[in-house]
Design a protein around this ligand. Structure first.
Ligand code: NAP
Length: 495
């Protein structure tokens, strides 16, 4: 038997995942906690992504912790600063903000077979010893840049949407935006108003659904604030709405047609310009890529100062971008809205588990983990928002809370058995991975290429089912799915 307070935990990442894990663990007596955060402040994705118009397209009453609900959100989908402030407030209210060591980039996590503990090393050479490690770096934290010939020759300014250059004044400039994903559709309408000319380079069209996201009028704010149960009802409603999106993605030939028809009607209504409509129209199944929520992006594309280019980018020159038809698009600034290296997960961090086997070796054929959380041979190492735990229809916060409670149970098992660590059985992990992969069959996710897939085409980002299924599956940890690494003075292995 070990007391939770005797077990030290290092959490890598101070975003929603890391904060959720710290709150959960601390509430159950684990108070030797350290959160290592690469950035100068906590917040994760909501710290880094500060582009104009940045907001969450999941309504805030679901995109927030169930145990820290609010009734004073300014609008349905809160802007970035409001979400960041929320996370700060929650971290402070639950006393975990003081656990965050900022400006600390973790370079490696190494399991010591003898000491039966982890050593976490930062890129500046500091080290931490821990009984358990929680990797809460998420799937969307390493900006991806396209490979464009001659990119380095471009003489103008350029930056990625996840590292917006707020010092650079876009007003009156000729600007190119590469990419039309969830980030670009938020910032394009904002900057289109200011720039002289905007060229938007689209590789693939998207399905859209409406989202205006005006500030709540005073009566709505008052109703949410003062009517008992209203916000809880709205949370349940939006949870079910999210599940209905998953239903459409899971059943593209039936329910998916309803989503497609709704989206097509909305897009037709918004796309008055037939030429733009033709270019924008997606050629893949509704829901295969993330459905985008915006009532402002398609109108922005039809502004007189905006041009939508669908010819492939062939190369960059000092003056701009040349497309496959030979046109040179001269611009002063290129903004990359090209997303993230999603399938890299926590890499380039080096992680070495039992016997010195690295996570790169374990994931040589693609990332996989039991419930997205546990990898065999990596004792008491937990991944939050790990493989196959992304959601296309719901709120990632629901998953993160479930993961925090699950890994807390794992560590309680370690304490209860007086063990050194907990390790998922390889056959259990293999079976659950097989089951997850099998569940993609016939779904919309399989019907196009997307950031949900790795280089081999395996879908490694998304959970194939509903939020409630994931919550159910992670509710109670089954110790028979695990082996326990005995404490150094207790041989042989515990059952
Ligand atoms: P993304 O969805 O991956 O979009 C990247 C865009 O860049 C796509 O249009 C992609 O085209 C294009 N692209 C990538 N490489 C390219 C290349 N070499 N040449 C031309 N175009 C290229 O990235 P994101 O918009 O940053 O969003 C990433 C994820 O973050 C979202 O899916 C979502 O989960 C999350 N997010 C959420 C919110 C929210 O409100 N909740 C907001 C922003 C982001 P293809 O489609 O052809 O690949």
């Amino acid at each position: 038997m070990r007391e939770p307070r005797d077990l030290s935990v290092v959490i890598v990442g101070g975003g929603f995942g890391g904060i959720a894990a710290a709150i959960e663990l601390q509430a159950h007596g684990f108070d030797d906690l350290t959160i290592l955060e690469r950035a100068p402040d906590l917040g994760g994705t909501w710290f880094h992504n500060s582009y104009p118009g940045a907001a969450c397209d999941v309504p805030s009453h679901l995109y927030s912790f169930s145990f820290a609900q609010r009734r004073d959100w300014s609008r349905l989908c809160s802007p970035q600063q409001e979400i960041l402030d929320y996370l700060h407030d929650v971290a402070r209210d639950f006393g975990v903000d003081r656990l965050v060591e900022t400006d600390t980039e973790v370079a490696s996590c190494t399991w010591d077979d003898e000491a039966r503990r982890w050593t976490v090393t930062s890129s500046d050479g500091r080290t931490w010893e821990a009984d358990a490690v929680v990797i809460a770096t998420g799937q969307l934290h390493q900006p991806a840049f396209p490979r464009i010939d001659g990119m380095a020759e471009f003489a103008g300014h350029s930056f990625h949407s996840a590292a917006w250059d707020h010092e650079y004044d876009l007003r009156g400039k000729r600007v190119a935006v590469v990419g039309t994903g969830a980030s670009a559709v938020q910032f394009v309408p904002e900057i289109a108003k200011d720039v002289q000319r905007l060229v938007v380079f689209q590789r693939t069209g998207n399905w859209f659904l409406p989202r205006k996201n005006h500030r709540y009028p005073a009566p709505i704010r008052a109703a949410i604030r003062y009517l008992p149960g209203l916000q809880a009802y709205r949370r349940r409603f939006i949870f079910e709405y999210g599940e209905s999106l998953t239903l459409m993605i899971r059943h593209p030939a039936t329910w998916g047609r309803i989503g497609r028809a709704r989206s097509a009607a909305f897009m037709r209504w918004q796309l008055k310009d037939a030429a733009v409509r033709e270019k924008v129209w997606p050629d893949y199944t509704f829901g295969c890529k993330r459905v985008l929520f915006s009532s402002w992006f398609l109108p922005a594309l039809q502004r007189p100062n905006v041009e939508l280019v669908t010819d492939r980018i062939a190369r960059a020159t000092p003056r701009g971008l040349v497309t496959s038809d030979g046109t040179e698009h001269e611009v002063e600034c290129i903004i990359y809205g090209t997303g993230f290296r999603t399938t890299d997960f926590m890499f380039p961090m080096d992680i070495a588990g039992a016997g010195g086997r690295t996570l790169r070796e374990a994931w040589a054929e693609g990332p996989h983990a039991h419930l997205g959380l546990a990898v065999p041979g990596f004792p008491s190492l937990f991944v939050m928002y790990g493989p196959n735990t992304n959601t296309s229809g719901g709120s990632i916060i629901v998953y993160l809370e479930a993961q925090a409670a699950y890994l807390r149970q794992a560590l309680q098992q370690v304490c209860g058995r007086g063990a050194a660590a907990i390790d998922v059985r390889p056959e259990v992990e293999a079976a659950s991975d097989g089951e997850v992969q099998a569940r993609f069959a016939g779904t919309a996710w399989t019907r196009c290429d997307s950031w949900y897939r790795d280089a081999q085409g395996r879908i490694v980002a998304n959970w194939p089912g509903y939020m409630r299924e994931y919550v159910e599956r992670t509710k109670v940890l089954d110790p028979s799915e695990y082996t326990f690494v005995p404490a150094p003075d207790r041989e042989p292995a515990l059952p």
